[in-house]
Design a protein around this ligand. Structure first.
Ligand code: HGY
Ligand code: MN
Ligand code: MN
Length: 415
């Protein structure tokens, strides 16, 4: 095999210890490296050290992305790979980490062989891909490609009103390298699938053709706190009930089929105030995460939801405001990179299929700069992710990273 499977697995296991926690419900050990926390800082330090030990010229940019450069024979546009090492609070060892450590393993394998490539190879991890703390996903990579303005990104705040800029400063990763990337020659990312398809179809790997549209909204509902015992139902302005009706309406929208058969909706965050047993809730801040492979159906769903919120506010006598916190259209990856990955997997006798990504990834941002595609590695337990049960096998990860090696080396020798 062109990479060292044991070394890859050791790196994945070592990084998984940073931010490790025992999940109360299951007793499983998961990963909590929420963006720009001390755990993320420790993970960043570890991986940056590994980058330096691999002889890379490492830079930290102004949004905290960390990129390592392996010089090529010629100083031309690099081939790039990477992902993220921040996690959701209930994460696993593979989401993001596999892409960063897989890219590092490719560099380490090239170093073992003393193999020089025509083009430089750059590998890295992008800041706050998850968006679970500061509210918008792919923060670092979106800033690197210019979809988000640096100052807006630095000013984003978490629930405690701490800013991205302040937290980058605090953990020592507010770099001064320019964050805007010059277009790489190509970008390839390996990632765990985070879904059930590849394992169900008995595939070794997936060739990712693109990413579905993503829409995140923060919905604020303002009603009136009142006594739970004395206040007649007809006099209530119950923000908690309004949130429940919105959540139910999301399910009814899905079941209507009007937005296609693949739309997904999630109310992942529900903060209720005053949050006491005998007080009618006066205020709820909740989130709506919509996903749809089709942009037109996503736009239709957003529009219909906005109309429902207006109707519900009038009907229940509450105020409802919605703030868009993330919005990316569907992205189609480059056919020539998809074809290259498929050819390599066929040559390696690895059973594969084309797959659309249900999750967002840094690759979808890089796709606006250069020819881009992804390799998916199947997960176990229906590919569960954003859950400490997230798991893949050493063999599957090695297969994915081996195909990453083939792709990066081929692309790095292109004229
Ligand atoms: O939400 C997503 O799709 C990704 O995990 N950030
Ligand atoms: Mn990820
Ligand atoms: Mn994730």
């Amino acid at each position: 095999m062109n990479i060292d499977s044991d070394r890859l697995w050791r790196s994945i296991s070592a990084l998984a210890e940073v931010g490790a926690y025992t999940d109360e419900a299951t007793g499983l050990v998961g990963v909590n490296r929420l963006a720009l926390t001390d755990a993320d800082r420790d993970g960043r330090r570890l991986v940056k050290k590994w980058f330096e030990e691999a002889g890379l010229d490492v830079r930290v940019d102004r949004i905290g992305n960390v990129i390592g450069r392996r010089a090529g024979k010629e100083d031309v546009a690099p081939v790039m790979s990477g992902s993220h090492i921040d996690s959701v609070p209930t994460g696993g060892a593979f989401d993001g980490a596999l892409g960063v450590l897989g890219a590092l393993e490719v560099v380490r394998a090239l170093n073992d062989r003393g193999l020089a490539t025509r083009r430089p190879i750059e590998i890295g991890f992008f800041t706050d891909e998850e968006g679970a703390r500061f509210g918008t996903d792919m923060l670092g990579s979106a800033t690197a490609v210019g979809r988000l303005a640096l100052d807006d990104a630095l000013a984003l705040t978490d629930r405690d009103d701490l800013t991205v800029g302040g937290e980058l400063e605090r953990i020592g990763f507010k770099g001064d390298a320019p964050e805007r990337l010059a277009p790489p020659h190509a970008y390839v990312e390996v990632h765990i699938e985070q879904g059930p398809i590849l394992a169900a179809n008995g595939r070794d790997l997936g060739v990712v053709t693109g990413v579905q549209a993503i829409s995140w909204q923060e919905v604020t509902i303002v009603g009136k706190s009142a006594h739970a015992g004395t206040t007649p139902m007809s006099l209530r302005r119950d923000a908690g009930l309004a949130a429940a009706r919105i959540n139910l309406h999301l399910m009814e929208m899905i079941q209507s089929g009007k937005y296609g058969g693949d739309m997904r909706a999630t109310m992942g965050q529900i903060d209720v105030a005053p949050n006491r047993v005998n007080i009618v809730p006066s205020r709820v801040v909740c989130t709506v995460d919509l996903r749809n492979p089709y942009d037109d159906l996503m736009t239709k769903a957003e529009r219909d939801l906005a109309a429902f919120l207006e109707h519900l506010a009038a009907q229940m006598g509450v105020e409802i405001t919605a703030r868009q916190t993330a919005r990316t259209a569907s992205v189609e990856f480059a056919g020539r990179i998809v074809d290259l990955l498929e050819r390599n997997m066929t040559a390696a006798d690895l059973n594969h299929e084309r797959i659309l990504s249900g999750a967002g990834h840094d690759a979808q941002e890089l796709a606006s700069l250069c020819p881009t595609a992804m390799i998916f590695v199947p997960g176990l337990y229906d590919g569960i992710s954003h859950n400490p049960r997230e798991l893949s096998t050493q063999e599957a990860c090695a297969n994915g990273v081996s195909m990453l090696y083939e792709a990066l080396v081929a692309l790095a020798d292109e004229p």
